[in-house]
Design a protein around this ligand. Structure first.
Ligand code: NDP
Length: 254
């Protein structure tokens, strides 16, 4: 009998699957039984993720693509459906971060960040959503951030983009519920990836970060996988429009 968490026969697409959280989520979905299309701009690293999925006995395709290009995003959904016959799960994970003081933040840098972290996620949700609407089912999982809800210093563009993504989660959840599509968001705190490696390598910054996390540590990327599997599976069928913190308690007591 198929269990609540079983993703056997499901087709997933994960953006930013070449490293960090995206790679870990792609492997977790494959571990639960899904076939996975892996997307990022850099092809060799994607091939490595695909090989790891193959080793789990699941099918993987790689689609080198930039989520800011409508043409690339259409191609990525088409390639997934060509390979697997359907698209059940989208994980909108690709993202970038730049730290700058707000008073000197160049508007080109502001736009550059929003175009990846917010507009890119919208483009991917729209293209995947069209396929899911035709199927009358689907799961969209956005990767937001605790900073989409909290004030922060030096990361105004990033925090604004993630707040937009949290809001987009609720609007798409409302709009597409009638088609059997759920849309939820994982908002992580600090996860040990290339994203924040420089910050964590600086002892002073690391101590300041850790002092704000009640559990007293950062998480490994693999710790995001189980929540993504839950949101992709039958276990979460009645949950939609939610932003779930995965942050060691940080958002409780900023
Ligand atoms: P990484 O920098 O390790 O990975 C980012 C991934 O996104 C890479 O695969 C990268 O591949 C891909 N990517 C970046 N830009 C694009 C683009 N334009 N088109 C397609 N792919 C792109 O970051 P993390 O794994 O740490 O972060 C993943 C997500 O999690 C991000 O959305 C981030 O905001 C979020 N997050 C991370 C936290 C953390 O502490 N690490 C905390 C909260 C949220 P390539 O460069 O080859 O395109």
């Amino acid at each position: 009998m198929k269990g609540w968490w079983d993703l056997t026969g499901k087709a997933a697409l994960v953006t930013g699957a070449s490293r960090g959280i995206g790679r870990a989520v792609a492997l977790a979905l494959a571990g639960a039984g899904a076939d996975v299309a892996c997307v990022a701009r850099t092809a060799p690293a994607l091939d490595e993720t695909a090989a790891a999925i193959g080793a789990l006995g699941r099918r993987a395709v790689t689609v080198p693509a930039d989520v800011t290009s409508g043409e690339h995003v259409e191609r990525m959904v088409r390639r997934t459906v060509d390979a697997f016959g359907r698209l059940d799960i989208l994980v909108n994970n690709a993202g970038v971060v730049f730290g700058r003081a707000a008073e000197t933040l160049d508007v080109a840098v502001w736009r550059g960040l929003l175009v990846v972290d917010l507009s890119g996620a919208f483009l991917c949700a729209q293209a995947a959503g069209r396929q899911m609407i035709a199927q009358r089912s689907g799961r969209i999982i956005n990767i937001g951030s605790i900073f989409g809800e909290l004030g922060t210093q030096g990361f105004a563009a990033y925090a604004a983009a993630k707040a937009g993504l949290h809001s987009l989660t609720r609007s798409l959840a409302y709009e597409w519920a009638r088609y059997g599509i759920t849309v939820n968001c994982i908002a992580p705190g600090y996860i040990r990836t290339d994203f924040n490696r420089p910050a964590l390598a600086n002892p002073e910054t690391r101590d300041r970060i850790l002092s704000r996390i009640p559990l007293g540590r950062v998480a490994e990327p693999e710790e995001v996988g189980p929540l993504a599997v839950y949101l992709a599976s039958d276990a979460s069928a009645f949950m939609t429009g939610q932003v779930l913190f995965l942050d060691g308690g940080q958002a409780m007591g900023w």
